[in-house]
Design a binder for this molecule. Structure first.
Ligand code: CUA
Length: 374
């Protein structure tokens, strides 16, 4: 370094020294720094003490801080460990900064001379190399162990296997063991404390990348075209759990919700037995069924036992066994169902189903028919 540039560096350093903080700013700055830390403990407390938000239709936001399944609990354990370690380090660093600001602030009578400059200290340099390396190593090991526990590639013995297919913008649930397909609501059984039942999901996509995320039951897993991913759930509390497609996949992405119904095995078996049946044939609604069967509905939807065998859209064989329509866009009430048949775009803008341009009478008849699909 030439003499000139050395002089320049020194003059910059002198200027920097003159920029020391006026005393009246010290306390506001400290208060601001301490405010940054306030929300963290407050939030942590509130999420731990709340009960699991069991979601029903228009549900509250689900949270990963109230896990109700083994993998979700594993993830939360790791999260707390990481927050604990980095939080402690953060507090230490902030405290040291605050201490330095107060202790070494500019005081009256101070000169603009450089303080004594200290270069090189082997013990300190070794400490700040080895300690962070150790911390990173611990975090790496714990995360790696967690990932191996959470990412099973092969279904555990005795688990229920379900294939989940992400479509724009709904979820298809295929139960190969039982030979039926459904949509929107994933039903899974829960065991007891001694023998929990796990469900092994095979995730596929029919079009673009989606992401399957039910925060209380498992981690987020991408659903990728031409690739098969797996995920497993082992719930410990019955209830309805809400999830969300967590990868932006186009216009109706925000309305691509997931409902998981966790129920005792006996209830689950009953549900399966009903889903396996063909659609109900109610003579009272033949006119509605005839309209359904001669419109374009049948190109996209399946109603088992009728000519409708489309696979672009949800299977409607047991539509009324679901509490939601439009993949969770609205609760499945007669009013919402009618509005959906009149014009789905008013409920789920951007979805692939157009208004079928039916007359009011035809809409009523089709809805009467759909309402028999229990
Ligand atoms: Cu599917 Cu976002």
């Amino acid at each position: 370094m030439g003499l000139r540039s050395m002089a320049k560096v020194r003059s910059i350093r002198l200027k920097a020294n003159r920029l020391t903080m006026p005393r009246r700013l010290v306390w506001p700055c400290l208060m601001f720094i301490s405010l940054l830390w306030l929300p963290l403990p407050a939030q942590a407390e509130s999420v731990i003490t709340t009960d699991a938000p069991i979601c029903n239709g228009a549900a509250p936001s689900p949270t990963m801080f109230a896990p109700r399944s083994t993998p979700a609990q594993d993830i939360l354990d790791i999260t707390w460990l990481v927050i604990g370690i980095v939080g402690t380090l953060g507090v230490i660093v902030m405290a040291m900064i605050a201490f330095s600001i107060v202790r070494y602030r500019h005081r009256e009578g101070d000169t603009d001379e450089d303080p004594p400059q200290v270069y090189g200290s082997s013990p300190i340099e070794l400490a700040w190399t080895i300690l962070p390396t150790l911390i990173v190593f611990i975090l790496f090991l714990v995360s790696a162990r967690g990932i191996f526990e959470i990412e099973k590639e092969i279904a555990p013995e005795g688990s229920l296997e379900v294939t989940v297919v992400g479509h724009r913008w709904w979820w298809e649930f295929d139960y190969p063991e039982y030979g039926f397909v459904t949509a929107g609501e994933l039903h899974i059984p829960i065991g007891d404390d001694n023998t929990p039942i796990s469900t092994f999901l095979t995730l596929e996509s029919a079009d673009v990348i989606h992401s399957f995320w039910v925060p209380q039951l498992a981690g987020k897993t991408d659903v990728v075209p031409n690739r098969i991913n797996h995920l497993w759930l082992e719930p410990n509390t019955p209830g309805r759990y809400l999830g969300q497609c967590a990868e932006y996949c186009g216009g109706a992405h925000a309305n691509m919700l997931i409902t998981v119904v966790v129920e005792p095995e006996s209830e689950f078996k009953k549900w399966v037995a009903n889903q396996q049946k063909k659609a109900v044939e109610d003579p009272a609604v033949v006119r509605g069924r005839a309209i359904f069967e001669r419109t374009a509905c049948i190109n996209c939807h399946t109603v088992r036992g009728t000519v409708a065998n489309g696979t672009f859209a949800p299977d409607l064989t047991h539509l009324m066994s679901r509490e939601i329509i439009g993949s969770g866009a609205v609760p499945n009430t007669p009013e919402n169902l009618r509005q959906w048949v009149y014009d789905p775009q008013t409920i789920k803008p951007g979805c692939d189903m157009p208004a079928m341009k039916l007359t009011n009478e035809e809409i009523d008849l089709v809805c009467k028919y759909l309402e028999t699909l229990k």
